[in-house]
Design a protein around this ligand. Structure first.
Ligand code: BG6
Ligand code: MG
Length: 215
């Protein structure tokens, strides 16, 4: 029986995925590395430092920087990203999402955020939707990021639910793998899950309920 939903943030609740790409592409360019949208798919859901490592590897520059230099590069990307998301407001919530959050609440379904982003709490605040969330996974406390299941396992723990009582919603392959690793049903938004929707507009309470029953 469905008792909870754990949502990814970037690309599911709001379209920050494009801002992450913009900030990474700018940093990569400074390092003489080119990344395109196709490569960016591999970065979705992946932690900040692991994304940097993947970009450096892509440009054959993985051995060119010390740990401290890498920390500085990751901070530089994040400062740029924070500048890009500064003006995000309620109007940047993806279509259908707030209605869905309302419906889940009305039906006593618990809601958690399972994002790898350390910027997630600030973004929820800017979108003015923090009150819908019963639990927000703190990415600072998670050892292994997606595709490891840790974020979703922590989300289940925070909601005090078993894997079969909740579904996860993701837009990234790494995220779908993480949901499955936690033993949950995965709904893919524009990516292959157990149940698929092509956009958040199709992500209704009915779809989620049916997904939880069908699998
Ligand atoms: C994920 C994004 O949600 O968070 C990734 O899909 C991002 O692109 C990751 O790298 C970490 O985010 P942040 O905001 O902590 O750098
Ligand atoms: Mg995402």
């Amino acid at each position: 029986m469905l008792k909870g939903v754990i949502f990814d943030l970037d690309g599911v609740i709001t379209d920050t995925a494009g801002y992450h790409f913009q900030a990474w592409a700018a940093l990569a360019k400074e390092l003489g590395i080119e990344i395109d949208e196709e490569f960016n798919e591999k970065l979705k859901g992946v932690s900040r430092m692991e994304s940097l490592e993947a970009i450096l590897k892509h440009g054959n520059r993985e051995n060119d920087f010390t740990k401290e230099e890498k920390e500085a590069l990751a901070t530089k990307k994040n400062d740029h990203y924070k500048e890009l998301i500064k003006n995000i407001t309620k109007k940047d919530i993806l279509p259908g999402i707030e209605k869905l959050l309302q419906e889940l609440k009305e039906n006593n379904i618990k809601i958690a955020l399972g994002s790898a982003s350390k910027n997630a709490p600030v973004i929820l605040k800017q979108l003015e939707i923090e009150e819908y969330f019963d639990y927000v996974v703190d990415a600072n406390q998670i050892k292994n990021s997606k595709p490891a299941p840790d974020i979703f396992i922590d989300g289940l723990k925070g909601l005090e639910l078993k894997p079969e009582e909740a579904v996860g919603v993701e837009d990234a392959e790494a995220g779908i793998e993480a949901i499955h690793g936690a033993g949950m049903i995965a709904i893919g938004v524009g990516v292959k899950g157990d149940v698929n929707v092509s956009s958040t507009e199709e992500l209704t309470y009915d779809v989620i309920l049916r997904a939880s029953q069908a699998c």
